[in-house]
Design a protein around this ligand. Structure first.
Ligand code: G4P
Length: 525
């Protein structure tokens, strides 16, 4: 198959949701259709179970699952599908944000009873920022939930996206009869008895009460037609182009647990979801079909095996073909590497591959040369940008708890930061190290992993911080800011200047005293 054909048949996406909406269940059903797994229960939920075991064990369990399910690839109707897993817990949201830089589209799962939840809002905001096309799957239709129109309104308002329903529920909860697919004009009946049967839809040619009544009864037929009219009145015509341009999001209704509405979601997905997209490098726009290989590291997984200090760098192939045992350049350092056992991920199985194409994810064994955001190429000096760092919300000083192990601590902290577990800042005034995280759980993760993987002891000390933001400005302004606000200044791991405000007042004062300095709450590597 030609390079172009291989690339054109790839679809790389992530499923995102608030915990418990049904991401794991939907993933599993998609894998069942793809024949990648044989039975339900094979995909493990990567959410942090509360109360089941101690948090540390839970973190390890979660990490174990997360490497196995980081990428789930399978073939379906000649299409190569790559699902990228995202952590469920909000304290690991940064991991999810980075994963979103490696996908070409997303499916958002929403619980019909709960509507739009907090985590969904945050994740979709990132998708909007990056113009990632979104398909919405409204799940748990077998339960009583919100009215469909109400829900669509809520989605539009809270998520700031425009929607277009491609299927419509007939009843809900106890009265659920099925959905009518407005796209294919097919009626899908709901049956919760045979959980893994493929649905046999009924094609409906006419569109009036008489046609529907024999199938769903008079009341439901009347309601469906009334809803249908309203749908047509309210939502403009659906076009694949507007979806791919991230201007409108098609919506499906179903029940992942009952395998209802999943196949039609998948069938539509492979028809409309975007193939691998071009990516902007600092130097130029890189197109997937270019012959020369290029890719970037969006995730690093370290020390899964305590006996081997190895890490896996997850690389999204942006252009061309990646080949085993071929020399590639780390464009940041100029060093050349050859990978003898690059891995691909088919469901929970890892296997060594000889080649991968734009759109795919390859896992590369790394001995500490790569960090998140690095670019690898066939030789061209390009640098992909756009891996976001978010201003952390929790801060602590980190100190060495065992004077004999200061080297181990430094190495451990350095590597965990490369992995993107948290962000490290060094204060200008006294050189003290500050760890900043997006959730409090990360401090436990760091302490535990430093102990178990590096044999180092970390001690934390609280410090009052309101916000940390990246600051840039003219040389004169920055010099003045660093001089007058020395106590607030620090640098991040990449040497960028950071203002660490202990209160909202301190931040406002600095912003008004230095109107020409740019204070940013996200930064892109
Ligand atoms: P997540 O990955 O988004 O966190 O959600 P997950 O798939 O783990 O689903 C969360 C809970 O919702 C699970 O129940 C799951 O069985 C249930 N669920 C998923 N889809 C549907 C659906 O279509 N209908 C109904 N009624 N429930 C659904 P649980 O009791 O928390 O877990 P489990 O013990 O069933 O695994």
């Amino acid at each position: 198959m030609s390079l172009q054909l291989e690339i054109d048949r790839r679809r790389t996406f992530a499923i995102i949701s608030h915990p418990d909406a049904g991401k794991t269940t939907l993933t599993e059903k998609l894998l069942l259709f793809g024949g990648a797994i044989r039975e339900a229960g094979a995909v493990k939920s990567n959410k942090i179970r509360k109360g089941a075991t101690s948090d540390f064990m839970e973190i390890e369990r979660q990490r174990g699952i997360s490497v196995a399910t980081s990428v789930m690839g399978f073939e379906y109707n000649e299409v190569k599908i790559n699902i990228l897993d995202t952590p469920g817990h909000k304290d690991f949201a940064e991991d999810t944000y980075r994963t979103l830089t490696a996908v070409d589209s997303v499916i958002v799962v929403i619980d019909v009873a709960k509507g739009v939840e907090e985590q969904t809002e945050k994740l979709v905001a990132v998708c909007r920022m990056r113009k990632i096309p979104i398909i919405v799957f409204i799940n748990k239709l077998d339960r009583e939930g919100l009215d469909a129109f109400e829900l669509l309104d809520e989605i539009e308002q809270k998520l700031g996206i425009k929607v277009h329903p491609l299927s419509w529920p007939i009843g809900m909860g106890k009265t659920l009869q099925g959905v009518y697919n407005l796209f294919e004009r097919k009626l899908f009946f709901f049956a919760d008895t045979d959980k893994y049967r493929a649905e046999k839809p009924i094609e409906i040619t006419g569109f009036d009460e008489e046609t529907f009544i024999p199938f769903i009864g008079e009341r439901a037929a009347k309601a469906l037609l009334a809803d249908y009219e309203l749908v047509h009145g309210v939502y403009p015509e659906f076009s694949v182009e507007s979806y791919q341009a991230a201007e409108v999001s098609p919506v499906f209704f179903g029940s992942a647990l009952n395998n209802f509405g999943v196949k039609e979601l998948l069938d539509c997905f492979i028809q409309i979801a975007p193939k691998p997209q071009p990516k902007q490098a600092e130097e130029r726009l890189v197109r997937p079909e270019e012959e020369a290989f290029s890719g970037f590291v969006f995730k690093i997984h370290a020390n899964m095996d305590p006996n081997h200090r190895d890490r896996i760098a997850f690389v999204k192939v942006v252009s061309g073909m990646f080949e085993r045992n071929t020399n590639y350049m780390h464009t940041g350092t100029g060093k050349t590497f050859k990978f003898s056992s690059p891995t691909a991920f088919m469901a929970s199985k890892k296997s060594v591959i000889d080649e991968a194409f734009a759109g795919d994810i390859v896992g590369l064994h790394d001995t500490g040369n790569f960090k998140i955001g690095d670019t690898i190429s066939s030789g061209e000096k390009i640098h992909f940008r756009g891996l976001p760092s978010f201003s952390p919300e929790f801060f602590r000083y980190i100190e060495n708890g065992d004077p004999m192990k200061s080297k181990q601590l430094a190495k451990g902290v350095d590597q965990l930061m490369d992995e993107g577990v948290a962000q490290l800042f060094t204060k200008n005034s006294n050189g003290r190290k500050i760890i900043g995280t997006v959730g409090p759980l990360q401090f436990d993760v760091i302490e535990y992993r430093l102990k178990h993987e590096y044999n180092a002891t970390a001690r934390y000390e609280q410090l009052p911080v309101y916000k940390a933001c990246w600051v840039t400005g003219s040389d004169a302004d920055m010099k003045d800011l660093k001089h007058k606000k020395q106590a607030y200044m620090a640098v991040d791991k990449h040497g960028r200047d950071v203002f660490i405000a202990d209160s909202q007042y301190a931040l406002q004062m600095a912003q008004s005293n230095y109107p020409k300095v740019d204070f940013r709450f996200t930064s892109e590597l």
